[in-house]
Design a protein around this ligand. Sequence first.
Ligand code: NAI
Ligand code: MG
Length: 491
Amino acid sequence: MATVTEPRRQTRKAFQTKLLINGQWRDSVSGKTFATINPATEEPIAEVAEGDATDIDLAVKAARRAFDTGPWRKTDARDRGRMMNRLADLIEQHIDELAELETLDNGKPIQESRNADLPLVIDCFRYYAGWADKIHGQTIPIRGNYFCYTRREPVGVAGQIIPWNFPMLMIAWKWGPALAAGCTVVLKPAEQTPLSALRLGELALEAGYPEGVINIVPGFGETAGAALVAHPGVDKLAFTGEGRTAQIIMRGAADSLKRITFELGGKSPNIVFADADLEAAVNGSLLGLYLNQGQCCCAGSRLFVQDTVHDRFVDQLAAKVKARKLGDPFDASTQQGPQVDQAQFDKIMSYIAKGRDQGAKCVTGGERFGNKGYFISPTIFTDVKDDMAIARDEIFGPVLSVIKFREIEEVIERANTTDYGLAAAVWTRDIGKAHAIASRVRAGTVWVNCYDVFDAAAPFGGFKRSGIGRELGEKALDNYTELKTVTIALD
Ligand code: NAI
Ligand code: MG
C-alpha cells in the first residue's frame, strides 16, 4: 500500500477565497474567515471569507434585483443555453486544474475527480443548456369560448445548500436546472469544501452570467445556511445533506412557505442472488460502497447475499477490498483517499466500534490507516443482523455490512425495513427476480446488474426519508419553474 505523502501537482497556488455577491468578489462584512483543511494532511489550504446572515442578505438582495429588474429577465432562453454551454466549455478547458482543486479540498482520488466528477459536471451543464429553450407550456381546450394556455416561469431566487462529498457535481445538479429555467441563485457550499465552488464562480463570470445571477456565500450551516433558509427574499430552497439538517431547514422555511426539495441520505440495499454473474456482482458491490471513500448518499451499504454463495462471495470481495490502494489522493494509482474531515472520521470509527460491540465480524479493515490524514482502511463486516446500528444507520464511510438471506420474499421485506429509500440494486440472471425487485423495493433508483450509473438525463432522488422531489432529468426543471394558467375570453 502507498504511504500518505504530501499532495503534489498543485498547479494553482492562489485560490479564490472571497464571497461572490452581485458579480463582485468581496470579504465578508464581519471580516471573518475560516480555514479549509486538506484532509490528506490535516493542514490548512487557505483562509476563506466566512459569510453570515448579513452577507446572505446582501447576496439575496443582489439575486432578487437580478431576477426582478436585471437584464437576466430579458435574456432569450436560447442565449441562456449558450451561456451555460460556454460555462461547460470553460470547465472542460480547466478540467485538470479543477480536478486537482477538488482533490485537494475533498481528498478524493485524482483519478475520480478527473475521470468521474468533472466529466459528469460538464455533461450536466450541457444537458441543461439544451433544455433552456425547451421549457414551455401547453394550450388547453377548456369549456366555453376561451383561449387557455400555460406558461412555465422561473420560480425566482433559488437558495441552494450543498454538501462536501461531490462539491462541483452538486453545483452542476443545482445550477443546471435553475439557470436553464431563468432563476437566479445564492449558493452556500459546504464549509469543508468551498474552493471549487468559488473557482466555478470565476468561470461563470467569464462565461457571461450577469451580476447578481450567481452569488456564492461560503460559511457555516447554522449561520449562513440558516439565514438563507429563513430569508423571505428566497423563493425556493434546494438542499442536499443529512436528514436531521433537512428537518431543521423545513422548519426554518415554514414561515415563508418556500418551495423545498431535499436530497438526503440512504442505507441502500444491494441484493446479490446466487444466480448472478458473481464476478460482476463483486466488482459492482465494491464500487457501490467504496466509491468516494463511501461518502455517497446512494452507497450500497447493506449488501444482502444469498446464503448458498455467501462465503464464496465474501472471500472474493474481501480479497479485492484488501488490495485497494490507499494513500496520497494525487497519486494516479490511488483508489481511496481520506475521509473529508475529523467529524466524519470520528463518526465512522464510532460505527466500526459499534459493529464489533454488537457482535458483527470484522473480516478486514476496521482501523485507521497511517497516522496522518483522515484515512480509514476499507472495512467489511459479516454476520450483520438487521437491527444492528451498522445495518440501520447511514455511516457515510468505507464500511460494508454483509447480510445473509435465503429467498426473494424475505429479502424484499428486509430491504424495505428502513426509513430510507434512495437507491437499491439487484444482481441476478433471472429477469423475473430483477423485475420483482425493481417494482417492489421502495427506492428512487434501482440498478439491475450495475451500480452507480448516473446520467444527467435520469431523475435521481429518494422515497421516504431519503428526500423530497427529484433532481436531474426533465423532472428537475419543475423544481425551478412555476406554472401559470392564462385564460382569455374570446368574445
Ligand atoms: P449537513 O447536512 O449538516 O451539511 C450539508 C450542508 O448543509 C452544508 O453546506 C452545511 O453547512 C449545511 N447546513 C448544516 N446545518 C444547517 C442548518 N441548520 N441550516 C442550513 N444549512 C445547514 O451534513 P454534515 O454535517 O456535513 O454530514 C453529516 C452526515 O450527513 C454525514 O455523515 C452523512 O451521513 C450525511 N450526508 C449526506 C449527504 C448526501 O449526499 N445525502 C451529503 C453530506 C452528508
Ligand atoms: Mg451537520
